[in-house]
Design a protein. Structure first.
Lengths: 308, 354
């Protein structure tokens, strides 16, 4: 560009501005789109959560939500599911990813098959497990065929205690989540040059030592990605629970939003309650994500931008 | 035993345990899938048996003899190992309908009449078989479920519109992120993530009013607009990593040879990015195809296919084998596209770090 500006200084100035503005022009449509179709609905939801039915400012909606009988259980249930999802399930996924990355005979086929759960849409996953956990479903049938239960001792899974049902929900969650987290981690593992790990072994490191001192630190950005995505979607779990148990049986936070909006949408506080729950859920999700990103150090700005 | 044999044995022992472990994992992963597929092929009678048959019967064995009200029809039950009476009637139409709806056996009244004639001739019980129509549940699902066919087409339409919106808008931004370093770039990258933090339901509820005002409520385009919010964010991530992988020097070389910036992009970068863009498109397709929650809220008379399947599962009227068939039809495109882009899934996650 510099030569052209030398020969023809004046007519080219607007071009220079255009060049400078070009990256912004390219992202302008996204920004406009998000203002209209994301920021605006979010904004109106926030407004609604602070307005009474008459449209005046109030904190009463939040008071109603926080004193809602189902709020405590919903918060607790969500917390338990999230805790399992980002800890136990994550460790399983990491173990599987490390396993597949060692490339044994059949690992390709194993990976192929292990990807199936992440490809199946939530509603179809629901279909799969509803037909399983009913009393005359395939799980009891399978247990019968395997000789574990007698023909007349069907297990009534969905009538079980709250803790057992929680375990079932976590199990279904694990079934779908572990493969998808594994894929992310595996992708990260395959980006680590083999030489770095080999170097660790050359210097006499054991497998665990190399894992702790070389593999995991190199994998850290991928782990951050995987956990943050998991965190965001685990807090928002609800569809599988409602499909399995219906509303209100095992309340979780997002289920409450849908409950007030869809199930009892005609109550005169419904919209207010839904709005209150929505903002609280969004706040929790954002807070959890931010805290995690902050703790994991992902907020350190890019070097390139620092140079500007 | 010398040391080498011990070592070999311990190694093969370890390998055996390892593969048993692997097979165990696969069993857990695949059993639910297997049973859903199997269930979608079971006849209604089989689907409500306990224990549930592991595999559908391909051929149903019948026994026909004289009954009190007409003819006694029995069906061979694999689990009990004996014939069980299912009908006692002289109404051929009733029999034919029963065969079709409960046993998935398509047998016309004439064919049944032939068997009856055979029975009348000899007076002995007549044994015959009927071939089961395996896709009966699939046919029936589309026939009896309100709107399943149109909903299927509508879902495809929505997915295609989502692809078009997200690929143009998101692709441009992705290119910008990959090629230029500008102020606010990092903050924007995080805002893409931030968008995902607001629950989909939370967007969908206020979107009802916005879409009604725009005239797109309960219309495919309205849903495509909503789905694009998530799809654009993802498209930016994917396309940015793709464009990063294409050396900018190629574009510059074209410009040296006199091509304009736009031409260089169209002729050099775009063709190279095409496979990756296809992957981004399939991601958008998957997102739009599988989404259920917003679709429940934002449709009224024109549901998407996911909503239809969801309702067929919740409704007490729905039969499990039909719902299973619907679930399979719903899952198949998603599985197909996921496997088509599985190389990119790994590439993408490898290239992206928060």
């Amino acid at each position: 560009m510099s030569e052209t500006t030398l020969t023809k200084p004046r007519p080219m100035t607007w071009r220079k501005y255009l060049d400078k503005a070009f990256p912004y022009l390219l992202i302008l449509p996204v920004i406009i789109y998000y203002i209209i179709f994301w920021l605006r609905p979010v904004f109106s939801m926030v407004i609604q959560s602070f307005s009474s039915l008459e449209g005046e400012f109030t904190l009463n909606n939040y008071y109603m939500v926080l004193t809602d009988a189902a709020f405590g259980p919903a918060l607790r249930n969500t917390a338990i599911i999230v805790a399992f999802s980002v800890s136990v399930e994550f460790i399983f996924a990491l173990a599987l990813a490390l396993l597949i990355n060692r490339k044994w005979r059949g690992s390709g086929i194993f990976l192929f098959l292990a990807m199936i759960p992440m490809a199946i849409p939530a509603v179809a996953v629901g279909a799969m497990w509803i037909t399983g956990f009913t009393a005359h479903g395939w799980i009891n049938s399978l247990l019968y065929y395997l000789g574990i239960i007698e023909l007349n001792e069907k297990i009534y899974w969905l009538a079980a205690s709250q803790i057992a049902i929680m375990a079932i929900v976590i199990l279904i969650d694990a079934w779908q989540v572990i493969p998808s987290v594994m894929i992310i981690l595996l992708a990260g593992l395959q980006n680590i040059p083999v030489e770095t790990e080999e170097a660790g072994y050359v210097f006499g490191g054991s497998y665990v030592y190399v894992l702790r001192k070389i593999t995991i630190p190199l994998l850290k950005p991928t782990i951050t990605t995987a956990i943050i995505l998991r965190l965001i979607s685990a807090i928002q779990i609800w569809l599988i629970i409602v499909m399995l148990l219906g509303f209100s049986r095992m309340p979780v936070l997002v289920e409450r939003i849908v409950y007030y909006y869809e199930e009892v949408g005609n109550l005169y506080v419904s919209a207010q309650m839904a709005a209150g729950y929505t903002i609280i859920v969004s706040f929790i999700v954002s807070l959890a994500a931010m805290v995690y990103l902050f703790v994991s150090g992902a907020f350190k700005s890019d070097d390139e931008e620092a140079r500007l | 035993m010398n040391r080498r044999t011990t070592k070999f044995l311990s190694k093969s022992g370890r390998m055996t345990i390892f593969y048993i472990f692997i097979v165990g994992i696969l069993f857990v992963i695949l059993t639910p899938v297997f049973f859903l597929v199997s269930l979608s092929f079971l006849s209604t009678r089989e689907a409500y048996q306990y224990p549930l048959p592991i595999l559908p019967e391909l051929v149903t064995k019948f026994k026909l003899e004289g009954g009190e009200k007409g003819y006694l029809v029995s069906v061979y039950d694999r689990l009990e190992g004996e014939y069980q009476t299912v009908q006692d009637t002289d109404d051929l139409n009733k029999l034919s309908v029963y065969f079709k709806s409960q046993l998935s056996v398509y047998m016309s009244e004439e064919e049944i009449a032939e068997r009856i004639a055979e029975f009348e001739q000899t007076g002995e019980p007549v044994y015959f078989t009927g071939r089961k129509n395996l896709i009966h549940n699939y046919n029936t699902f589309f026939k009896i479920t309100r709107d399943a066919g149109p909903a299927f087409l509508r879902s495809i339409q929505i997915a295609l519109m989502t692809i078009a919106i997200s690929l143009t808008i998101g692709g441009m931004a992705g290119y910008s992120f990959a090629r230029y370093i500008f102020r606010g770039r990092n903050a924007l990258k995080f805002s893409v993530l931030f968008v995902r933090m607001f629950p989909g339901v939370a967007i969908a509820i206020p979107m009802v009013i916005i879409l009604v005002n725009l005239g797109f409520y309960d219309k495919p385009f309205g849903l495509a607009l909503v789905y694009s919010v998530g799809a654009i964010a993802l498209t930016i991530w994917i396309t940015a990593s793709i464009f990063l992988g294409i050396p900018v020097s190629l574009e510059e070389a074209a410009q040296v040879f006199g091509a304009s910036k736009g031409r260089a992009f169209m002729r050099i970068t775009l063709p190279l990015a095409l496979p990756g863009l296809a992957a981004a498109a399939m991601y958008a397709f998957l997102g739009a195809w599988t989404e259920t929650v917003s679709a429940i809220i934002l449709t009224q008379f024109n549901p998407t296919f996911s909503v239809v399947v969801y309702q067929s599962l919740l409704g007490s009227v729905g039969q499990v084998n039909l719902a299973a068939a619907g679930g399979i039809v719903f899952a198949l495109p998603a599985v197909f596209f996921t496997f088509l882009i599985r190389r990119y899934i790994r590439q993408m996650w490898g290239g992206i770090t928060v």
